[in-house]
Design a protein around this ligand. Structure first.
Ligand SMILES: Cc1ncc(COP(=O)(O)O)c(C=O)c1O
Length: 303
């Protein structure tokens, strides 16, 4: 993977409050390998290809709507590397063609193995078996989070981001917030917005980061992958007010919780807050399909 030449814009979000909020549009870095996924994969892929130039093969894990699965499939297509995804939920074996994320991933050449939730839960065993079956493959963990991913996140930061007091990101597996924490300037505080129920995240992030300059907030809003009516309303209003699309699983939940904190005067006056738009917009189509089936309101800018 090459470092893209695109300059990522940092856009103001005007508020009637005495704090300044900007959003860094990492979602624009690549049409399919979007946001943090690009940088979490960057060193993983490049280090692997340096050592295994012949017959590369990538295996990874994820749920049916996973942004990480979508990104790895697109990367495989772009770089001509075959990809295999271990997907949570054996029932999808016969139903995956109803899922826009998996349809696009398959169009990008990805193959799937559908496993039961129990099998998926034991990733250590799954990984051991895959290593025996595919000894030369690059096996990337769920969400792409590992040391190479944390290292890649440094590319979200640049001289311009140093002018902010707070750096904010949505948190799933913790690699992104750990990278921001590790590479933040000394005066900066990193805020992570957890969209999953995982009580080990604080420890995971501290271990990956090696620093304690971060705080994690609960932004799960009904649970991972759950989409509340308030969440949909916020995403539609945010788009209407600021012209920026957010997704219902990560960035929409982060922005909603961040707005709540700003509203409650959590932040000192005059401080400068930067939120990272980590992508995930590919998931909107699948979310809208599900919302329509349930006769619920949907995200207005999705398909
Ligand atoms: C759009 C989006 N934002 C945030 C995250 C959270 O990143 P992490 O798993 O590194 O915590 C993800 C997951 O990769 C994501 O897809």
């Amino acid at each position: 993977m090459k470092i893209p030449e695109i300059e990522i814009p940092i856009i103001p979000i005007p508020l009637e409050k005495k704090v300044t909020l900007f959003i860094k549009r990492e979602d624009l870095i690549h049409p399919e390998i979007s946001g943090n996924k690009f940088w979490k994969l960057f060193y993983n892929i490049n280090h692997y290809l340096e050592k295994n130039p012949e017959n590369p093969f990538i295996i990874t894990f994820g749920g049916a709507f996973s942004n990480h699965i979508a990104a790895v499939a697109a990367l495989g297509k772009e770089s001509g590397i075959p990809t295999l995804a271990i997907i949570r939920g054996q029932e999808l074996h016969t139903r995956w063609k109803e899922n826009p994320t998996l349809i696009t991933a398959a169009d990008n050449g990805m193959r799937f193995r559908f496993v039961t939730r129990e099998e998926y839960g034991d990733k250590i065993q799954l990984t051991e078996n895959l290593k025996i079956e595919f000894p030369n493959a690059l096996i990337i963990p769920e969400g792409g989070t590992n040391e190479n991913a944390v290292k890649g996140i440094q590319h979200l930061l640049n001289p311009e981001t140093k002018s902010f007091d707070y750096l904010c990101t949505a948190v799933g597996t913790g690699g992104t917030v750990a990278g921001l924490s590790r590479f933040a300037a000394q005066h900066q505080k990193v805020l992570g917005f957890k969209v999953v129920i995982d009580h080990s995240l604080e420890t995971t992030v501290a271990e990956l980061s090696g620093k304690n300059n971060f705080d994690l907030f609960d932004a799960q809003d009904g649970g991972y992958g759950k989409i509340t009516d308030e969440n949909i309303r916020f995403i539609n209003d945010f788009y209407h007010d600021f012209g920026i699309k957010t997704d219902p699983i990560y960035t929409g939940k982060m922005m909603r919780k961040l707005f709540e904190l700003i509203e409650k005067d959590y932040f000192p006056e005059q401080c400068r807050i930067l939120a990272f738009h980590t992508g995930g917009l590919q998931g909107i189509e699948g979310a809208n399909d599900m919302l329509r089936k349930k006769n619920r309101g949907w995200i207005q800018f999705g398909k």
